[in-house]
Design a protein around this ligand. Sequence first.
Ligand code: S3P
Length: 448
Amino acid sequence: MSGHGDPIPMMSQRGPGLAGEAHVPGDKSISHRSLILGAMAVGETVIEGLLEGQDVLDTAKAMRAFGADVTDHGGGRWSVHGVGVGGFAEPDGVIDCGNSGTGVRLIMGAMATSPIAVTFTGDASLCSRPMGRVTDPLALFGARAEGREGGRLPMTITGATDPMPVRYTVPVPSAQVKSAVLLAGLNAPGKTVVIEQEATRDHTERMLAGFGAEIVVEETAEGRVITLTGQPELAPQHITVPRDPSSAAFPVCAALIAEGSDVLVPNIGLNPTRAGLFETLREMGADLTYENPREEGGEPVADLRARYSPDMKGIEVPPARAASMIDEYPVLSVVAAFADGPTVMRGVKELRVKESDRIDAMAQGLRAAGVEVEEGEDWWIVHGRGQGNVPGGATVESRLDHRIAMSFLVMGLATNAAMRVDDGGPIATSFPVFEPLMTGLGASVARA
Ligand code: S3P
């Protein structure tokens, strides 16, 4: 099992309010996919604005181990010289995906239809997460998986020698599972069909089309039916990675709850499969506007402007919106603590199997900070205390989960007493510049 270094205790406290522009890093989902699809294309893919967080760096390292030539040119510009669909070499060593569920699951899919054996591992968080949701459909292609009990890492996958195309209905709303099946389908002959009942982030579909694969998406009574024709030659691309809405969520939410704030977060991707948080915040009464809305690289993009919003109200978040904001529930629950009345979040069972059990991690931390929380297996309710009435003063465990650490550091910017997290180290997996970005806006966030 891998891990990161010594714990980095951090704290945050109230200050004069946040102001200025927050340039958040590139989108994590798109960054992983750019490297993996680049490695499966023939020729050189250039990526601008790659997220250089540890999760993505681990995927870059993995692509090198499979034989792709991956080069960091500095300033977020990377290139990948791909080996073509079906061209992966068997790595010499173990593939360590660190903290990244997206990295490991997508790479498992990408190698599962090549005749190679690969052993995967990760940190303690990743080694506790379920992989059966990916290895079950990969078995239909003919791949074999041997791991620890409950389908946990470390795990060895032996790819199919004679892969067969599959037709698979994804049983949980998961873009990682959908994407693993599609990437496996690339090296299977014929048509691989993936059906999802709830739409999840569609970056894999969009990017496969961009790389020249034949992929058709139909909305039917069965759900979203995605048909991919296998064994294409993928053409290398020039990709500009949009900035990550899931990272933008932190300065946006901080500005909404920290008195006197006015923050602009430019160039945020607002793909509808990702933008659920912003819609929810607006329904709660947040002063959050989309400035200069435009299209870039086929994706809707805008500059987000968030201002201090003392009169937000708790709402019932529509369960149908869950997939489009699944990574944002932790920070939403922080905003909910400062709203008036309960915020009800249902249909969110998937939060239990993220980098940590996010319902449990947030509920415990919020309670320690004086906020009442009710929870069940797939729902939770945060009873908002209203602006100025949230005690804080707690030290919270981040549980190897970047979003738990960042959520509680955002919270401390508006609680009556400072908040502390035991380890801010995991923040580097997705948002390595979080601390300087927040302090640059005037936030009082520091290593304790
Ligand atoms: C991701 C999908 C989501 C999300 C994760 C990134 C992706 O996971 O939580 O941070 O890039 O496909 P699930 O597929 O498990 O919902």
